[in-house]
Every structure is written in C-alpha cells, then in structure tokens.
Design a protein around this ligand. Structure first.
Ligand code: HEC
Length: 119
C-alpha cells in the first residue's frame, strides 16, 4: 500500500484534466452533431474546450467566428499565422469542405458553451 498516495495523486490529476466535455448539456444542432466525430478525429488533439493545447481553445474560436462558420472552413483549408508562441497549424485541404462546415458548426456551438462554463 506504499504506492497509494501516488495513485491517489494520479487519480486527482486525471480528474482535474478531464474536465467537462465541450458539449456537455448542450443541445447540438444536427449539423454540429455530425461535425463532432470529425472534430474529435482531426482537431481535438490540438484544440480543447476552454484551455489552450497546441492551438487556441474552442471558446476562443467560437468568439472569433460566432457569425462566420465559413471563416473556420477557410482557415482549416489555408491556415493563417496569428500567434507567435505556437507552431503553424497544418492545412486540412484534403478534407471535404462540407465536412469542415459541419466541424465549424460544432466548434461554434460547443465553443460558445465552453466559453460560458469557463470561470
Ligand atoms: C497539429 C495541431 C492542430 C490541429 C490538428 C488543428 N489545429 Fe487549428 N490551430 C492550431 C494552431 C497552432 C493554431 C494557432 C495558429 C496561429 O495562430 O498562428 C490553430 C488555430 C485555429 C483556429 C483559429 C483561427 C484564428 O483566426 O485565430 C481555428 C478556427 C482552427 N485552428 C481550426 C481548426 C480545425 C477546424 C481543425 C480540425 C479540422 C484544427 N484546427 C486542427 C493547431 C492545430
């Protein structure tokens, strides 16, 4: 049982990192629901709900693009360069734009919710 304090600390850490799901308690539109799986596959490794991972959090993306989902699609196809402290984002030009539009809708809906949940 000598390892139990370490185990407890690890469990605490895992619990702290997990946080709420980006869309917990949010009624997603059908389009956003379609985009969710693709977001998890393509974007979630670098974009978290409310905290910066490699890229900005969904809450920040939603604030920037709330009324411009097509802007997210454009960025994903041809990423710009805004933040000096991170590596450039790779292009998703190989992905169908209609699929990226679903992902964009998910980002806006889940990110708006995450922004409201953030302290
Ligand atoms: C390998 C990591 C990585 C992946 C995967 C990734 N991104 Fe990014 N993303 C970044 C980084 C880094 C930035 C910030 C780049 C900068 O500001 O120079 C960024 C920024 C953004 C922004 C902010 C644009 C702005 O105007 O500020 C949007 C929107 C975005 N990503 C969408 C997506 C979408 C959609 C996907 C999935 C299809 C995705 N990203 C996948 C790393 C990633």
């Amino acid at each position: 049982m000598t390892r139990s304090p370490i185990l407890a600390a690890l469990l605490l850490l895992v619990a702290a990192c997990k946080g709420p799901a980006p869309d917990e308690g949010v009624a997603l539109s059908p389009q956003a629901a379609k985009g969710k799986a693709l977001f998890s596959t393509l974007c979630a490794s670098c974009h978290a709900p409310a905290a910066k991972l490699v890229g900005p959090p969904l809450s920040e993306m939603a604030a920037l693009y709330a009324t411009d989902p097509a802007g997210i699609v454009r960025w994903a196809v041809t990423p710009g360069r805004k933040r000096a402290d991170v590596p450039p984002m790779p292009s998703f030009r190989g992905v169908r734009e209609s699929d990226l539009a679903d992902v964009a809708q998910y980002i806006i809906e889940a990110g708006t919710a995450a922004g409201k949940q953030a302290p």
